[in-house]
Design a protein around this ligand. Structure first.
Ligand SMILES: *[C@@H]1O[C@H](CO)[C@@H](O)[C@H](O)[C@H]1NC(C)=O
Ligand SMILES: *[C@@H]1O[C@H](CO)[C@@H](O)[C@H](O)[C@H]1NC(C)=O
Length: 133
């Protein structure tokens, strides 16, 4: 009984911040291009423009609810690309089933396109390319 009460208390503490949040995710976007790039993340929140130098990463944390999505607009010199950084499809790759621990998802921005993976493994490994410039 004590365990049950403890569990329910923990559950309500976890969910108190927003009852519709299913789990939390931390997204990392790393610039793997030799030049500076600009990224504008928007969607469920607007995180504004960031300039990323080579090997610099931008990360943010968010609660995933039904319909949560993030779009990245990228500028590299004269090139421009819009990439869906988080949506239902990507959530299936980055969700490891442990609802109470933070999930992680990684993006690598390279000259040949935009790659993502559930782990920050050595490239190319099992990274998936989702878009090109
Ligand atoms: C973000 O940066 C891009 C590229 O430099 C620029 O075209 C755009 O106007 C900027 N947007 C905002 C909201 O500052
Ligand atoms: C990913 O791994 C590389 C190589 O170990 C490291 O340099 C980089 O900081 C890591 N990136 C993130 C977002 O943790």
């Amino acid at each position: 009984m004590f365990h049950l009460i403890f569990f329910l208390t923990m559950l309500s503490i976890c969910l108190a911040s927003d009852p519709n949040t299913i789990y939390k995710l931390r997204m990392y976007v790393t610039n793997a291009i030799g030049d500076n790039i600009v990224v504008h993340v928007s969607g469920s929140e607007d995180l504004g423009n960031r300039t990323l130098a080579f090997n610099q990463e931008f990360d943010w944390r968010f609660g995933v609810k039904l319909g949560t999505y993030y779009l990245g607009e990228f500028w590299w010199g004269s090139k421009h690309a819009s990439v869906s950084l988080f949506n239902f499809h990507i959530s299936r790759t980055c969700f490891n089933g442990k609802v109470f621990s933070i999930q992680r998802c990684y993006w690598l921005v390279k000259p040949d396109g935009f790659w993502y993976h559930e782990k920050n493994d050595t490239f190319p490994g099992e990274w998936t390319r989702r878009a090109t410039w």
